[in-house]
Design a protein around this ligand. Sequence first.
Ligand SMILES: [Zn+2]
Length: 282
Amino acid sequence: MRIARGVAALLIASVVLVMPAVPAQAAQGEAAKPQKAAQGEAAKPQKKISTVVSLTFDDGDVTHVAAARMLEKRKMRGTFYINTGTVGDKLKMTRAQIATIAKGGHEIGGHTLTHLRLSELLPSEQRTQICDDRRTLATWGYRATTLAYPFGSVDSDAKKVARQCGYDAARTVGGLKEWGCPTCQAAEPFRPADRYGIRTPSSVREDTSLHEIKQQVLNAEKSGGVLPLVFHRVCAGCGVYSVSPKVLDAFLGWLATRKSHGTVVKTMRDAVGAKYRPLPRQ
Ligand SMILES: [Zn+2]
């Protein structure tokens, strides 16, 4: 990536040097500043920053069936983190509904068996929660490669266990720039320093405005990288951890237009290049 950018920079620089009379060719979009380009700024052409937004939906909520369709309408694919221990419960998706989402091209990831705080469990209990959940997903036909820790609650043991259970990356909640942390980094690098502790802004809540969600993307675009967003229920006025379909749809419509700014939507797996790793022996 870096090499390609370097080559592109050299190419653009040499175009300017060879053809100083044609500044418009030197940098598309910089046509308004041809004089500057001719004055030696050509050595620093504007670099194309790309940002990947991952739309993640936790807890296998029944409202995610409609949410997945909203994404599909925009040709976007999301990541749906499932607790296999509560599938089919009240307000949760059934296996058939999860299958429908998976058929739509979305990622199915693990969210542990029963949504306990992993940092409060012994490593042996963490192993049951994480490995058995992933094993169940496998028996249902899903090759889960990424995990989301319930409540974003994680410690060093849980990270180790996530790796031992065969996950190739895991998402926490929090740590990235937002209203509560203006000085935090706005996005994860494409190769996150901690693959088992991928950061996000706080979960989107009922009182999170459309403006605030958009601002997180705009902030991420300044540095480029991966911005995972965390959603729970998708319904109007149905709890603190919810987003209304109207706000989500407006956000997705706006997000689609950011493609012209180098921003695209990918599943968590694709955003960080997570590979399938086998389950450990029981
Ligand atoms: Zn959860």
